[in-house]
Design a protein around this ligand. Structure first.
Ligand code: ATP
Ligand code: MG
Length: 291
């Protein structure tokens, strides 16, 4: 396997007030993969993210990007941040320009792109998050969810290699959550590596390829999502339930409503569980016919 796109090796970081942010934390993100970071409040997710684009520097241990140790000098930071885009948990930490358009333009202008390219990227990014109509609106007059959308647009306009989103769904309405997933899937298809913090184990199981568990400033396990059903204890150890669809699947197996020896892996979402049930009860029916 090639070198990970991003790698933290035994990173520790303590905040000035003595709080432990990260403690001997190791984690690897493979290029082109969809990753979720999940863990309780205060487990270190945001602190870890801040190490990924060098907003924080490890006090011990190391961060490597594309096989090289992060260069914390000015040019190195500029280079890293042009490749690693981050959407903060709190949009008020990220937005600082007067208007939506100015804010989304800031990153691409900083990359030194020409005006035509900047305009094109900004329009595309605003369209992706459904904010074209508010392009001239003052940022401070936006709702929380709208601010979040603008933050996402600002990072999309940078066209990063690695996109990190800290609890992106929090505060977004259902339609925007669905749209955001479509945007993320589109980015993944273009080869962009995605790392998303969430508290939603059902979303993590449905969406991610790799799930990284966080507790007390450490990554306690990095699992293939399709194997999550075999790691209930690792989830329980950090106070997480197993995904609902796995519980349901196990309940159906236990009641003999699904074959004891399943034909394939456990389902990742309700639709594939339904397809399994339909195939069991009506073996000739194609799963594609399930609405
Ligand atoms: N600026 C700071 N100063 C002091 N301590 C901090 C600071 N930021 C975070 N911490 C502490 O570091 C630890 C990790 O916090 P972090 O914000 O990384 O957790 P998190 O997993 O992102 O939590 P949440 O799910 O609530 O967003 C916590 O104990 C927190 O109190
Ligand atoms: Mg956080």
């Amino acid at each position: 396997m090639s070198a990970p796109l991003l790698e933290l090796s035994q990173v520790s970081y303590r905040y000035p007030d003595g709080s432990v942010g990260l403690k001997d934390c190791s984690l690897a993100i493979q290029r082109g993969s969809r990753n979720v970071l999940i863990g309780a409040n205060g487990s270190g997710k945001t602190t870890l993210f801040q190490h990924c684009n060098a907003l924080l520097r490890p006090q011990s241990g190391a961060v490597r990007y594309a096989g090289s140790a992060v260069d914390y000098r000015r040019a190195g930071l500029h280079e890293l941040r042009s490749k690693v885009g981050m959407v903060f948990q709190n949009p008020d930490r990220q937005l600082f320009s007067a208007s939506v358009q100015e804010d989304v333009s800031f990153g691409p202008l900083n990359l030194g792109l020409d005006m035509a390219t900047v305009r094109q990227r900004v329009a595309g990014a605003l369209q992706a998050v459904g904010m074209q109509a508010q392009a001239d609106k003052a940022v401070h007059n936006l709702s929380f969810g709208q601010k979040k959308r603008v933050c996402i647009a600002g990072v999309l306009a940078m066209e990063p290699e690695l996109l990190i989103l800290d609890e992106p769904m929090a505060g977004l309405d259902y339609a925007m959550q669905t749209d955001l997933l479509t945007v993320l899937d589109g980015l993944h298809e273009r080869g962009i590596t995605l790392l998303v913090a969430t508290h939603d184990i059902d979303f993590a199981y449905r969406w991610a390829e790799r799930i990284h568990l966080m507790a007390d400033g450490r990554c306690t396990a990095s699992l293939n999502a399709q194997e999550l059903g075999d790691h209930s204890q690792a989830l329980a150890d950090i106070g997480l339930p197993q995904p609902e669809v796995i519980s349901l699947y196990r309940g159906l197996l236990a009641r003999g409503l699904l074959p004891a020896v399943p034909a394939g892996p456990a389902p990742r979402c309700a639709a594939s569980l339904l397809a399994m049930l339909a195939a069991t009860n009506h073996p000739k029916e194609s799963p594609c016919k399930i609405a």
